[in-house]
Design a protein around this ligand. Structure first.
Ligand code: SF4
Length: 352
């Protein structure tokens, strides 16, 4: 009875506090739920809203996504990171069209067979879009559960599902899942949560103990390694040499500037060394020293899978955030060089 009351309070709180997000519009579109859930992995809601709206404008349904080229899909994803998510969406859309008549399977167990859909995403789509009674445990819900039960070790997904089960009445999994996700996003936040506003306060062990900030308990993570590379900005007339990252690897399918370890080989000589660029990925940090090489004998740097691309065509390609940062340095350098060239012409012609 106490838990039933808690669920009612939670759902009441959700009705009042739920955010009006584009993928929550009724009636729920399973495709919208799928895209939003994939985008929300590792990315904040406020960033996802713009990407989501542009994506749906560009690929309004699964057949359109399946028919698009991978380049177009990666370009639409550009800046969201974790590009395997975009590649998997594209592959999965092809499978849904080829094997399921263009409609997403309705059950979590079937959804999980599609590329890029794990237990959480499958449960979220199945419960929110199709009403299946499955519990979806994401990072937010895991934090809420570890506090509700004051769990002193790292909480597994299975344990969280068992602990949550009594909160779920048949037919309500979608609403309860979404209410718990929203509670974790808006109220039971990391650090010290505002428990005074929480509908689950009467049954929350961490609140009763006075130490919600001690949960969730996580293993200490080692700080990620740091690598340094030289970025070879190889220019030939108005083109830049770019390579395509191999599919299946990190940033697979994206174009990028060749990176080398140690010094850039000596022939042709490096024309300029630009200011370092740094970027943090989940598992490592990287600092790149961009080196400009603009000599006709540039072939000695050629990396397999690369080609010279006219500078004005580069904005149409999908590149990583790191590569965009490096290209910004190159742009500043080329503009500075043009300015310096104009100044020296002015001086030679006696103009001030
Ligand atoms: S009472 Fe506080 S710690 Fe407990 S679930 Fe609510 S916000 Fe989280």
């Amino acid at each position: 009875m106490i838990l039933e009351d808690s669920t009612r309070r939670l759902l009441g709180w959700f009705e009042v506090n739920r955010r009006d997000l584009p993928w929550r519009r009724e009636p729920r579109d399973p495709y919208h739920v799928w895209i939003s859930e994939v985008m929300l992995q590792q990315t904040q809601v406020r960033t996802v809203i713009g990407y989501f709206n542009r994506w749906i404008g560009r690929f309004p349904d699964i057949p359109t996504l399946a028919a698009a080229s991978l380049d177009t899909v990666l370009k639409a994803w550009e800046g969201l990171g974790y590009y395997s998510r975009a590649r998997n969406l594209h592959r999965a859309a092809g499978i849904v069209v080829g094997e399921h008549g263009g409609r997403l399977p309705r059950r979590a167990v079937e959804l999980q067979k599609l590329p890029g859909i794990g237990p959480y995403t499958a449960a979220a789509i199945a419960s929110l879009a199709f009403g299946e009674d499955v519990i979806a445990v994401d990072g937010n819900i895991r934090r809420v559960v570890s506090r509700l039960f004051a769990i002193k070790n790292e909480l597994t997904r299975k344990d969280a599902e068992c602990l949550l089960d009594p909160f779920y009445a048949p037919g309500e999994a979608g609403r309860v899942n979404e209410a718990l996700m929203e509670l974790g996003a808006l109220c039971c936040t990391p650090g010290t949560p505002p428990c005074g506003k929480c509908p689950l306060r009467p049954v929350c062990e961490a609140y009763l103990q006075g130490n919600p900030g001690d949960f969730p308990v996580t293993k200490k993570k080692k700080s990620p390694p740091h690598v340094s590379r030289r970025g070879v900005l190889l220019l030939k007339e108005n083109s830049l040499y770019l390579t395509r990252r191999p599919e299946g690897g990190m940033l697979g399918g994206l174009w990028g500037i060749p990176l080398v370890e140690g010094e850039v080989p000596g022939v042709p000589p490096v024309e300029a060394v630009l200011e370092d660029v740094s970027h943090a990925y989940t598992h490592f940090r990287i600092t790149v020293t961009p080196c400009v090489v603009s000599d006709g004998g540039a072939r000695s740097y050629a990396v397999e899978g690369g080609q010279f691309i006219p500078l004005e065509e580069i904005p149409q390609l999908a590149l990583s955030v790191l590569d965009h940062k490096i290209l910004e340095r190159l742009k500043d350098y080329r503009e500075g060089r043009k300015r310096r060239g104009r100044d020296s012409l002015d001086r030679n012609s006696g103009r001030e």
